[in-house]
Design a protein around this ligand. Sequence first.
Ligand code: ADP
Ligand code: MG
Length: 332
Amino acid sequence: MKISDLGEFAFIDRVSKGSLHRKDGVIAGIGDDCAVFRVSDHLAILLTADMLIEDVHFRRGEIPAELLGRKSLAASISDIAAMGGTPREAFVSIGIPENFETEYLDKIYGGLNSIAAEFEINVLGGDTVLSPDRLVMNVALTGEARETEILYRKGAMVGDIVFITGEPGLSSAGLDLLRNNRDFANKELFLAAHFDPVPQTKAGRILASTGKAHSLIDISDGLAADLGHICGQSGVGAIVEINKIPLAAELREYCRQFRLDIENFVLHGGEDYILLGTAPEKHSPDIESSLKSGGCRYFPIGRITDGASLTLIAGDGGRQELKLRGYDHFRK
Ligand code: ADP
Ligand code: MG
């Protein structure tokens, strides 16, 4: 069998079988935004890793080196945020092609250290190796959380409100703009969302510490696919109203100008790194006011249902299946 027949997620599922060889202290292994293990009575450590490969995740001529450094750490910080933790210590490994410019590497590390400083993260180690022709980066990051506060993908319950903490689709509009060489008045907003996403650790901490949310994930694969991850792991379905999803005015204008389907950006665009979660309806007002008083945003967009199907209420009120179409590295 070829990996393209199996797909990324079935492969991860296979890997997860037989992966634990000492179970004490392990709270969560493969399958969520981070692994979780206990270090003391109340304290748990979160652990996540993300790899970026040139020409798969980025193009060297497209992303400024400083922002490549920032984004490589931002993706991992976002995974810690998605569990409600505080990011702590990083390990950064890099595969470098022969004769690569050191100035470029200095800029990557300049960017990486700038975001590490903003989030008070130490870079405690890593590995440096020769890569045949493409630049490869891997960031592993730990985070800290009270065991009882951690939010998982698997906690959604029937009747929960589905919410997001920002406007989706801006990062994929940035990618679309680059791929199609489009000129647009507000393109800096999209490029910033794509190259320099801001991980929402503050929203994650507020959601975890109020203790009122049931589940949480960050939108890295796309709103629909990541809601699919919550539903799959919680054994529930969901219904989302397209009219409730906040749409940035610039994204509306972009899609109008270039005759593009805005739903595609909003539902299936990845790498937004905003948070998607669920919470009981009765706690929705409290959660909203806690997030807002912390300078964060809250948009209820739907509801958790029983069954396993994901439904979209379209603009005209009609119901349709919410297709997942998440990004799988191997299935095309
Ligand atoms: P995210 O999009 O949040 O980074 P992924 O889809 O990459 O999450 O990973 C899902 C889960 O699978 C995580 O728990 C991750 O640690 C685990 N995982 C991914 N690849 C591997 C692998 N090769 N070996 C073991 N675990 C893996
Ligand atoms: Mg994630």
